[in-house]
Design a protein around this ligand. Sequence first.
Ligand code: TRP
Length: 331
Amino acid sequence: MIGDKKIVFSGVQPSGNLTIGNYLGAIKNFSRFSEDYKTFYCVVDLHSITVRQVPAELRRRTYETLALYMACGLDEKKNTLFVQSHVPAHAELGWILDCYTMFGELSRMTQFKDKSQKHAENINAGLFTYPALMAADILLYQTDLVPVGIDQKQHLELARDVAARFNQIYGDTFTIPEGYIPTDTMKIASLAEPTSKMSKSDPNPNACVYILDSKDDIMRKFKKAVTDSDASVRYSEDKPGVSNLMTIYRAFTGKSLEEIEREFDGRGYGDFKLAVGEACADGLAPVREEFARLMADKAYLEQVMKNGADEAAYYARKTMSKVRRKIGFVN
Ligand code: TRP
C-alpha cells in the first residue's frame, strides 16, 4: 500500500509498433487504474536486450513507447512512468531473485522455449532468467495487481512462487501479486485472417492496423479486410471477418452491435468497410497528433522519465533495504 492505495505495476517492451488490438484491449485499461491505485508503468529496456537490438533504434523506441502511452491517455501526473534501466534496483533485485529461482522452473517457461527457437543463434543467459527480472520489477514495488496479457500468465505465476519462497525463508518481505488478466476484453483479430489474433509482427502488411498508421494506410487496410460472400453486416460466429470489423467499429463509435446491423441493413460491405476505416482513423487522429507533439519535445519526455525514475527509485529503495537486511548483506 502507498497511502491508502493498492499498487499496480506493469511493464511494456520498447516497441513503437503497437496495434489497435493493443490499444483497445490493453492500453485503454491502464489508465482506468490511476484513480483507485498507485500505478507504475515501466518501459522495460533491460528485458529487450535479451534479443539483439540496434542501439539507435532501442533508444528511439524507448522515447516512442513512453510518448505513445502518454498519447493514449496515461497522464504522467497520475501515473509513475519510467524507464527500467534508470532505476538500477531492478537489475540488483533481478540478480538476487536469480538465486531464488530454480533452473527447472525457468526451463518450463513457454516464452523461453519459443524465443530460443526463434533466436537459436543467441540463446543467452538473460533470455533464460528473463522471468526472474520480471519478478523483480513487480516485487520491488510491493505490487498488488499486475495487468498483463494472457501470454504473461506463466511469468506472473513464477513471480508469485518466487515471492512466496523468499517470504518462506526470510519472513514477510514481498507482497504476493495478483494478475489482472482480462479474458473478455476486446479481442481484435487480423484483418487478413480473422480467425487469428491481430499481431504486430504479422508479415502481411494488411493484416494489422498500427496506432500510428496514417489515415490512408488505415483506409487501405480496411478496404482490403477479408469478409465473406454473404454481403450482410451481421454479427455471427460463422462470419469472423465481419464480426471483427463490427467489434472495431463498436469500440470506436460506442454504437451497439444491433445499432450497427440496423445502420448497414441492405448496404454492402464496401460502405461498411469505409465507415469502419473512417471511425478508426478519426478515433486515432488525436492520439497520432499528441504523439507527434510529444516526440517533438524530447526535453519534456526526458523530464517525465526523470521524475518517474526518481519516484520509482524512492519506493524501490525501501524494498531493497529490507531485502538486503534479511539476506544478511552488511549495511
Ligand atoms: N514480459 C512482459 C511482456 O513481454 C513485459 C514485462 C516486463 C512486464 N516486466 C514486467 C509485465 C512486469 C508486467 C510486469 O509483455
